[in-house]
Write a protein that binds this ligand. Structure first.
Ligand code: GRG
Length: 300
């Protein structure tokens, strides 16, 4: 049982991760653009808007469990957030989900235009690889392994594959195993990349990597099932993105597949599994545990 002071310390740690991530993202973007232009403005509009910073926080928190200093994990963490933000920008485009509202304000293609939104997404997909190549105090071998993880998890067999399944199955009744596959690809992939980044930086053993990957799958799946549930139970104001979007777009979700009640039971089972896996790491994972707890209780 965690003491009250330990819980406060964990909450302070998570807040400080978010503040550091926000500052570093701004620094990295300023560094990429010697002069302000419409692209740098558009990138900042999306990237620096209010977001939970879940994935980069996972990199830092898991890194800490593997003795990786925050000043080493911060840039790889920001790379994941950039890729995640690109995927949201492109997902909102008229040719994809055509959503006008994201992170509590008009989507990028609405605030600017479609071409600029595509280009801002392109920038956020490519710049992270430059940032990884330029990392200081990280060996060349580790940089290559980080690049491999990021290219793989954001690539045609993972994040992009999930989006393809999502878009091509609109209006269809998918079996549960196919919805699960889509969720693992679309949503778990960036959470898996976050855990694998920490594993690379912290020299995790093969058995630890396997446990981290199992955690990533359970947590990623649960995160998306919660999202499926919130789409029908919450509001646009609370979510900061359109509610009932899945219903309107005729998406196959866990709610359409097994119903809200069974979906909630499944999320609870995934939570129990994740905590068990986390404990089996035998490391100081208090920050990571709290992050996962926040994610399971997410209301937006
Ligand atoms: C365009 C290749 C490509 C992929 C898009 C990420 C994605 C795939 C689609 C976005 C829509 C969606 C429902 C994604 C599932 C993951 C998810 C719930 C994203 C929102 O992430 P949060 O809640 O948002 O962490 P913030 O804004 O806090 O970062």
């Amino acid at each position: 049982m965690e003491s009250e002071s330990q819980m406060q310390k964990t909450a302070d740690n998570l807040d400080s991760f978010i503040q550091k991530i926000n500052l570093r993202l701004e620094y990295l973007i300023d560094n990429a653009f010697p002069e302000t232009d419409v692209l740098s403005d558009a990138v900042k509009y999306s990237l620096l808007s209010k977001a939970k910073r879940l994935r980069p926080s996972i990199v830092i928190a898991t890194g800490k469990a593997f003795n990786v200093p925050e000043d080493i994990s911060i840039d790889p963490a920001c790379c994941i957030e950039m890729i995640h933000t690109y995927s949201l920008i492109h997902d909102d485009l008229p040719s994809m989900d055509d959503d006008d509202y994201r992170r509590g304000k008009p989507s990028l293609h609405v605030a600017y235009n479609e071409a600029i939104a595509i280009l801002a997404g392109d920038f956020l997909l490519t710049y992270p690889f430059e940032v990884l190549a330029n990392l200081k105090s990280v060996s060349a071998e580790k940089k290559i392994n980080l690049v491999k993880v990021l290219a793989n998890r954001s690539g045609g067999n993972e994040l992009i594959k999930g989006q393809v399944i999502d878009l091509t199955s609109e209006g269809k009744d998918l079996p549960q195993e196919m919805v699960e596959k889509m969720h693992l690809k679309k949503t778990a992939s960036m959470i898996l990349a976050s855990l694998e980044f920490a594993a690379v930086l912290g020299d995790a053993s093969q058995s630890e990597i396997t446990i981290l990957q199992e955690i990533g799958k359970s947590v990623g799946l649960a995160f998306q099932i919660k999202d499926d549930i919130l789409d029908v139970t919450s509001s646009t104001d609370i979510l900061g993105k359109p509610a009932k979007s899945d219903v309107i777009n005729k998406k196959a979700t866990f709610v359409t597949c097994i119903g809200i009640d069974k979906a909630k039971v499944y999320v609870d089972a995934l939570k129990t599994k994740s905590v068990k896996l986390l404990n089996s790491l035998n490391r100081n994972t208090l920050d990571l545990e709290q992050l996962i707890e926040n994610l399971f209780s997410k209301k937006a």
